[in-house]
Design a protein around this ligand. Sequence first.
Ligand SMILES: Cc1ncc(C[n+]2csc(CCOP(=O)(O)OP(=O)(O)O)c2C)c(N)n1
Ligand SMILES: [Mg+2]
Length: 184
Amino acid sequence: MERIKAIKKISSQLTKQLVICNIGFPSRELFHVKDLSTHFYMLGSMGLASSIGLGLAMSTTRKVVVFDGDGSILMNLGSLVTIFNQNPENLILIVLDNECYGSTGSQCTYASTVDLGKVAKSIGFKTIFFFKNSEEINFKKVLKSEGPIFVHFKVKKGNANVPVIPMEPVEIRDRFMDEIKNPK
Ligand SMILES: Cc1ncc(C[n+]2csc(CCOP(=O)(O)OP(=O)(O)O)c2C)c(N)n1
Ligand SMILES: [Mg+2]
C-alpha cells in the first residue's frame, strides 16, 4: 500500500484526535488528503515527531496520534524508551515504514533488517499493531486500546505527487496551538 493510502485510511477514521505528522512528504500527503486545525505538520526537525507527540500527550487528556517514519524513529530510538517509561495512555505512535528516507530520494534505512515492531516489543510496549497491504484497516480498534500504542505500518516506497503545504510555519504552529487551547 502507498503511504498516502495508509494516511488516508487512518485519517478517515480520526475525529477530534490531535495529529503530529512527520517532516516532508508524509505531511504534504496528509495535508492533501485532509487539512484540519488538529493537524500539526512538523517542519525541519527530523526524528522529533515522536518526542513532540509525547510532550503533547503528557499535557492533554486528548488522544494524540503521531505519523512517524522508519528513518525518523531510527534516528531517535531513545524516544521509544522515554515513551514506554512515561507510559502516556493517550498516545498512538504510527510508524509508516517504507524502509527508506522517502522524502529525500528513497535511500535505504536499516528498517529492512531491523523489525521496528520487535524493537518496540523488546522495550516493553504492550499494545502493538502491525498493518501491511490490508484493505481493511480497523483503526477504531486501535483508538479503543489503551496506550501507549505502537502501530507498525509497512508501506510501499514512493511519494504521492502532491504540492508543498501552502501555509507559513507560524500559521501551522499558531493554528495548532489555538486548537489545543480552544478545541473547535
Ligand atoms: C536532522 C535531519 N537530517 C536529515 C534531514 C533531511 N530529511 C528530511 S525528511 C528525511 C527522510 C525521512 O525519512 P522517514 O522518516 O523514513 O520518512 P519518509 O519520508 O520515508 O516517509 C530526511 C533525511 C532533516 N530534515 N533533518
Ligand atoms: Mg521512511
